[in-house]
Design a protein around this ligand. Structure first.
Ligand SMILES: N[C@@H](CCC(=O)N[C@@H](CS)C(=O)NCC(=O)O)C(=O)O
Length: 222
């Protein structure tokens, strides 16, 4: 099957369920913004037409009028800023904005690293276009769980007496962080009862979250 890229001026999200594409879809659902969901498959992302959208053939990609953006956290940040009236990003220049950036970057850079490496242990045949698989399996699963526990510590600290990460108000930083924690939960990396587990459990009850991934409760076999 060929991917046909039509240039229409509406918001389009290129999506595969259970992937990082759930994050911007969840945010769009939270905001109630109309968007066109373009479901693609892994083989479709490898075609030259799709490479025009994403240089490495990955999801998600957001096409909004004449701009095309990849990277799930960047898409979420863009959307939250584009619709300030939805209240999902603190105002620029405020202390809350600083903490918002902190968690928005912490999730994909620091929190996700051991989770992604763990995923490559569990699903060693996942397509990988950037690094050879062995790069992902050099650390053992017990070491990865230990690493993950450490990177959860600052989150547990904040979430011990808050429901959300920034000013105790739901924001795009919770969507990106929740997206990473969802994977960790499904992979069995979040066994212990702690504030992080309570947080992701509570996020998973949000109607927008459930609308964003029909396979949200699909378990990954470990
Ligand atoms: N850092 C990127 C990662 C994108 C990514 O790796 N997406 C995966 C799905 S979660 C993908 O498209 N994999 C398909 C492939 O590599 O062929 C983001 O957050 O958007």
């Amino acid at each position: 099957m060929r991917v046909v890229i039509l240039k229409k001026f509406s918001m389009k999200l290129y999506y595969i369920s259970t992937t990082r594409a759930v994050r911007p879809r969840w945010l769009l659902e939270e905001m109630g913004i109309p968007y066109e969901l373009i479901s693609v498959t892994m083989p479709m992302t490898q075609q030259p037409e799709y490479r025009q959208l994403h240089p490495h053939g990955k999801v998600p990609v957001l096409v909004d009028d004449d701009i095309t953006i990849f990277e799930s956290a960047a898409i979420c940040a863009y959307l939250a800023d584009k619709y300030p009236e939805k209240g999902l990003a603190p105002f620029p220049g405020t202390p809350a904005r600083g903490y918002y950036y902190q968690w928005l970057f912490y999730a994909p850079l620091t929190l996700e690293t051991p989770v992604e490496k763990f995923l490559f242990h569990v699903l060693p045949d996942l397509p990988e276009k950037l690094l050879p698989n062995k790069q992902y399996t050099q650390v053992s699963t017990p070491e990865l769980k230990q690493w993950f526990t450490k990177v959860c510590e600052p989150l547990n600290e904040v979430l011990r007496d808050h429901n959300y990460l920034v000013d105790n108000r739901f924001s795009a930083a919770d969507v990106v962080t929740g997206g990473v924690l969802l994977w960790a939960l499904k992979l069995g990396m979040l066994k212990e009862d702690n504030p992080v587990k309570a947080y992701i459990t509570q996020l998973m009850e949000r109607p927008a979250f459930l609308a964003a991934d029909e396979d949200v409760y699909a378990k990954i076999d470990v």
